[in-house]
Design a protein around this ligand. Structure first.
Ligand code: TRP
Length: 375
């Protein structure tokens, strides 16, 4: 099996069990789910379907974070976004889940926009363009419903005065040979990129620095970001902070099939948060890889394969109702439900989701100011 997973490239069919082993992260087990469910119940919330369906599949030291939370100690959340383009449905997964975690733990969230990263790593991307994406992406993030009083945007080039003095403390403890080994850098890699992971480390302890107290941090993120936090975790105790905990999700498969890695905007087959209903319909009908049979007759007789069908797989992410989802699975398997009908169910679901998002996004502009971190 051919898989490439770094923070900047995800290729091939991904074997998550293999990846979990390679990265050295732990699967989220039943005990942890029970612990989370208990916390959720106290808040009149449920266990998120991203947890029960193994979409958020792995973690590092989640137990430690929960211990701290249960002791009544102050904890915080940290996540981020690299503003290299429009936000698409794949990016929505960790954002939706981060919002859930903010509600669950009633915690402050530090949200980093790594405009420096995208400028440094994307060959033909100019800084003006990155800044424009940053602004646009911030509005999308707000539309996911984060609490303005508890959510703090950090923009790397804007908050440089705050980040840089901390980043150099991290950088001083990382050698070139470490980042070569962890990220696959070579002598041809530009020196900004080589330094960059120190910037992504900072929000994992900046709140502790600002408030002058030790606090546990939980980082929800897609699993490709783990290499950054592996490095961060090695260094933070040396600077007098806790190792950050993390909780990690697998990728929403691209429209063209689960063999092709994650959804990628650069290949043009993504669905953007700004897409209108017609565009969504056309893209899904045209591109969504189908697990159906070649002819109607065969499909009715033998049924489809939901396990490779992208429309079904997307419903696993976007249809929270277990009963509805199971019915689609069973009906598709039996041949009762046709591929076109399955696509129609997905189109409806996605369009509803996007409609709500786009409405909330319109109101986000007014709130933007209150989200930007001020110290
Ligand atoms: N590097 C991430 C990206 O390219 C952005 C990011 C910064 C991030 N800090 C983070 C993602 C913390 C998850 C968690 O999208």
């Amino acid at each position: 099996m051919n898989q490439t997973i770094t923070p900047w490239e995800v290729k091939g069919e991904i074997d998550y069990n293999k990846l979990i082993k390679e990265f050295g992260v732990s699967k989220i087990d039943k005990k942890l789910l029970e612990r989370l469910e208990k916390i959720a119940k106290k808040k009149n919330m449920k266990l998120h379907h991203f947890l029960t369906r193994e979409i958020f599949i792995a973690h590092r030291d989640l137990d430690f974070f929960l211990n701290e939370y249960e002791k009544g100690n102050k904890v915080f959340l940290y996540t981020g976004r690299g503003p290299s383009g429009e936000i698409h449905l794949g990016h929505a997964i960790p954002l939706m889940f981060t919002k859930y975690l903010q509600d669950l733990f009633d915690a402050d969230l530090y949200f980093q926009f790594t405009d420096d990263e995208k400028f440094l790593f994307k060959k033909d991307l100019e800084m003006d363009k990155v800044s424009e994406y940053t602004k646009q992406n911030m509005l999308d993030v707000i539309a996911f419903g984060f609490d303005p009083k508890k959510t703090h945007f950090i923009i790397d080039t804007v908050h440089a005065n705050l980040l840089y003095p901390e980043a150099i403390k991290v950088a001083k403890k990382i050698t070139f040979s470490t980042v070569k080994a962890v990220f696959g850098f070579t002598n041809e890699t530009n020196i900004g990129s080589i330094f960059f992971t120190s910037m992504q480390a900072v929000p994992a302890f900046l709140p502790c620095k600002l408030k002058n107290r030790k606090m546990a941090c939980l980082i929800p993120h897609a699993i490709d970001q783990d290499p950054h936090f592996r490095v961060t975790r090695d260094i933070l105790p040396k600077l007098g902070y806790y190792k950050p905990s993390s909780i990690q999700c697998r990728f929403l498969p691209g429209l063209q099939g689960i063999k092709n890695g994650k959804m990628s905007s650069s290949e043009g087959f993504s669905i953007n948060m700004s897409d209108d209903p017609k565009t969504v319909k056309n893209k899904i009908n045209k591109y969504a890889f189908s697990g159906g049979k070649a002819t109607l007759e065969e499909h009715r007789k033998h049924g489809g394969n939901p396990d490779i069908d992208v429309s079904y797989q997307w419903l696993v992410f976007f249809e929270p109702d277990d009963k509805k989802l199971k019915k689609v699975y069973d009906d598709y398997r039996s041949g009762k439900l046709l591929s076109g009908e399955l696509k129609a169910i997905l189109i409806e679901k996605i369009n509803q989701f996007l409609k709500e998002h786009q409405e909330k996004r319109k109101r986000a502009e007014k709130q933007l100011d209150s989200f930007v971190l001020r110290v």
